[in-house]
Design a protein around this ligand. Structure first.
Ligand code: PMP
Length: 405
């Protein structure tokens, strides 16, 4: 099966926009994806017909809001094959999900124990663990990658030992596009009894995330990279681990019993969700997950690979273009340098052609330093992008090359 990309595009109102009289070519999907009409409608409908706080009102709207909100939890749990709805904790996104785990780990980690990450981490999956180690006297170990952006799995394995308390790595690298062998890495970490967190920010939108099959303990992701609104995401955690995980946010909704001097915590998922949640965001995420699930997964992946293959192929014809990240298994992300041009200048010229890409350090400063570059330009593809848009990217790059020569 192939994707009906034309029909898909028609569901995204923003893709009809023109920038400076030129059709928008949106190639910044690793930063955030656009939202289909069904997601926009779900949010508007919630505020138009149901708006009320959840879990607390003794009235019709509050019951209805709670039902819709909790239905989204069921939908997300099914989407990632969680072993129960209570394993899905709502957060503001990947960053907050990782912080929830890292703040807890900071309390559990003993001096001398170790956390292992990789050289390709986004700051969200690096700085968090640095801080957890700092407060607890733990040590952060960093597994190296090869020049092509692939993880050195042997070197990763060599870092694991009986002091390893937690291992964290990205499912897909936002900067390099590398798809990591997450089942294999998880199995290796489990062999030394370490906890495993997968940063799924980029992995979630590529379909087929099955948290039970991965075997990890935590999978963190953001809704906004999956056609849902910003400000909502989830932490999936194994129930037996989450049940005993130290709470990090305290306040309303997460408690069982409160006195002036003390409090006890409620059951999952509430014990890790304090305060009024992003109700419309949750409902939007539920709508996005249900919409995405209707697509043919194999067709989604084949389309993304076709876009990436065309992008890689055309790169060799551009004078001075260097792709950063050429691992054999990649998702639809292409970071690159154009000669000695600063990525910001490349981005500016592309923007004038209606082509939206990301430029900068990709929230991965140590990784950029490793490659000896200030940052990259990055084109990233989603299901609604077309091969013609990849060609437009290259038309714009040829123009940039001429202007910057
Ligand atoms: N990890 C990776 C690999 C990412 O790409 C991102 C988003 N760029 C994050 C973590 C953080 O996600 P968010 O900003 O949505 O919390």
């Amino acid at each position: 099966m192939t994707l009906d990309v034309k029909a898909l595009r028609a569901q995204f109102p923003i893709l009809q926009r023109e920038i400076d009289g030129k059709p928008l070519v949106y190639l910044d999907n690793a930063a955030t994806t656009q939202k289909p009409q069904v997601v926009l409608d779900a949010i508007i409908d919630f505020y138009t017909t149901t708006n009320a706080n959840v879990h607390r009102g003794a009235h019709f709207l509050s019951d209805e809001a709670t039902r819709r909100y909790e239905k989204a939890r069921d939908d997300v749990a099914a989407f990632i094959n969680a072993n129960g709805r209570e394993e899905v904790i709502w957060t503001a996104g990947t960053t907050e999900s990782i912080n929830l785990v890292a703040r807890g780990l900071g309390q559990l980690l003993k001096a001398g124990e170790e956390v292992v990450v990789t050289e390709m981490e986004h700051h969200a999956n690096l700085v968090t663990w640095q801080q957890a180690c700092k407060v607890s006297g733990g040590t952060l170990k960093v597994a190296p990658i090869f020049e092509n952006g692939e993880l050195d799995v042997d070197a990763f394995s060599a870092l694991l030992n009986d002091k390893t308390r937690l291992v964290a790595f990205p499912h897909v690298s936002n900067a390099l596009g590398t798809v990591n062998p997450i089942k294999e890495l998880t199995a290796k970490a489990k062999a030394v009894n370490a906890l495993v967190l997968v940063d799924g920010a980029q992995g979630i939108a590529h379909g087929g995330v099955d948290v039970q099959a991965i075997g990890c303990d935590f999978y963190a992701f953001s809704g906004h990279k999956l056609f849902a609104p910003t400000g909502i995401g989830a932490l999936w955690g194994r129930k037996s681990v989450l049940e005993n995980w130290p709470v990090w946010l305290t306040g309303g909704e997460m408690i069982a019993d409160v006195t002036y001097q003390d409090a006890t915590w409620g059951q999952l998922p509430n014990r890790l969700e304090a305060g009024t949640p992003n109700i419309a965001g949750v409902i939007g995420l539920g709508a996005a997950v249900n919409w995405f699930s209707e697509l043919d997964l194999a067709a989604v992946q084949a389309h993304e690979q076709a876009l990436l293959a065309s992008a890689h192929e055309q790169a060799s014809a551009i004078d001075g273009m260097r792709v950063i990240g050429t691992a054999p298994k990649k998702a639809g992300v292409m970071s690159f340098m154009l000669g000695n041009a600063h990525p910001a200048d490349v981005g500016f010229i592309l923007d004038r052609q209606g082509v939206a890409i990301r430029t900068g350090d990709n929230c991965a400063q140590p990784l950029m330093k490793k490659f000896g570059i200030p940052g990259t330009a990055r084109a990233s593809f989603s299901i609604y992008n077309t091969l013609e848009e990849v060609d437009k990217l290259y038309d714009a790059l040829r123009k940039a090359n001429m202007m910057l020569a």
